[in-house]
Design a protein around this ligand. Structure first.
Ligand code: PLP
Ligand code: COI
Length: 359
């Protein structure tokens, strides 16, 4: 697909950008450009462009505004010590995007077009990839833009990629986070959209996340919708448990988002000789294992949050500590193994790191 490239005539001045880079948070600063591709029934994908980041004119009847036909991805570009800019397993994001598209009755975007849109945007906004600890968070997304009020899959969509230079997701840095186990709200049911990265899942998580914040917690953890018993995942991260015998477990796929960080950590842990399982783990077991000392660590993982130790769990029933309440050694070791690859501090035997811009 051919992209028409129209550089932003008024990019952010260099001094302002560098000033903004001094204190990066998550998702509040945006680069100068965006990638846009349109889809129309009968015509397919067309009108690909890299253009100045700007609002979309949107008809008030656009289907996304009414029925939430929307999906997204999240990935990061890293500047490596040798000056290259790389992505981490972006093919996995392209594949998952299409899995989400199928679930939401949206058109699939060829994986090579998804990757080209992301890479052309990074090339155009190369100076927006921060050095050091930061990264450029890429947010590919697609929404139904057709104006109509009937309930059916739309016949027009917009695919877009925006970019945001980011620092840490959690303000506390490496400090372990506290999470709220929601007993009132669930995120996803069997047969629902839990495994898709659709905006509606996040809308459904906001009240639970607000409840978590009101209880002084950083994130919410959801239990399954049927029995309200099995630990599923956090609002925006997967979860792992580390046991005293050195084994590691994480909830099985099905109603949770199949995280690329989750998949990568399972591989890194297995290759480090840690026994791994993917199995249902109940909230009661969690609490009992934390009390007995059988469970020594837990952590959350995802593109935005990377790997974050979980120190404390709160719920309506009370609270409990995991291990010492600090980020544990296995969590730290896995985090370093992952970050080492992403940041080019260690060799990549997996072929997970894809060069986007040369040194
Ligand atoms: N679970 C949810 C609900 C998420 O939003 C995310 C973030 O993308 C993840 C898990 C982790 O997925 P990944 O590791 O692919 O970023
Ligand atoms: C990501 O990790 O990319 C996500 O989409 C999670 C979101 C909470 C920022």
């Amino acid at each position: 697909m051919n992209f028409e490239i129209s550089p932003n005539p008024t990019p952010m001045p260099e001094a302002a950008r560098l000033e903004a880079f001094r204190n990066l948070g998550f998702g509040t600063l945006f680069s100068d450009h965006m990638a846009v591709i349109r889809w129309t029934e009968g015509k397919g994908w067309h009108s690909a462009q890299i253009t100045a980041r700007a609002p979309f004119p949107l008809d008030p009847a656009a289907a996304v505004l009414h029925y939430a036909q929307e999906i997204f991805e999240g990935m990061k570009a890293y500047r490596q010590p040798d000056g290259r800019t790389v992505l981490f397993r972006p093919e996995e994001n392209a594949r998952r995007f299409n899995e989400s598209a199928r679930r939401m009755a949206m058109p699939e975007l060829p994986e090579e077009v998804f990757l080209a849109a992301v890479e052309k945007l990074i090339a155009q906004d190369a100076k927006w990839v921060p050095e050091g600890e930061g990264s450029l968070y890429l947010r590919p997304f697609m929404f139904a833009s057709e104006a109509f009020l009937g309930v059916r899959p739309a016949r027009e969509y917009i695919f877009c990629v925006i970019a945001s230079p980011v620092g840490p997701y959690f303000k506390g840095g490496a400090k372990a986070v506290t999470i709220w186990a929601s007993q009132s709200y669930t995120r996803a049911a069997i047969g629902g959209t839990g495994a898709a990265k659709c905006g509606g899942n996040y809308a459904a998580s906001l009240l639970a996340q607000a409840e978590a914040a009101a209880h002084g917690c950083d994130q919410v953890v959801f239990l399954d919708a049927k029995e309200r018993r099995w630990v599923e995942e956090l609002g925006g991260m997967n979860i792992f448990f580390v046991f005293k015998d050195g084994s590691i477990t994480t909830p099985p796929l099905g109603t949770i988002l199949p995280g690329i960080t989750r998949k990568s950590l399972l591989r890194l842990a297995a290759d480090a000789g840690m026994p791994i399982t993917e199995r249902a783990y109940s909230f009661d077991e969690w609490q009992a294992d934390a009390a007995s000392g059988a469970l020594v660590e837990a952590f959350a993982c995802g593109t935005a949050a990377v790997v974050a130790g979980i120190g404390k769990v709160k719920s309506e029933a009370g609270e409990f500590l995991i291990g010492t309440g600090q980020t544990g050694p296995v969590t730290t070791r896995l985090r370093e193994a992952l970050v080492g690859l992403q940041r080019g501090q260690t060799n990549d035997p997996y072929g997970w790191v894809r060069t986007v811009l040369p040194a």
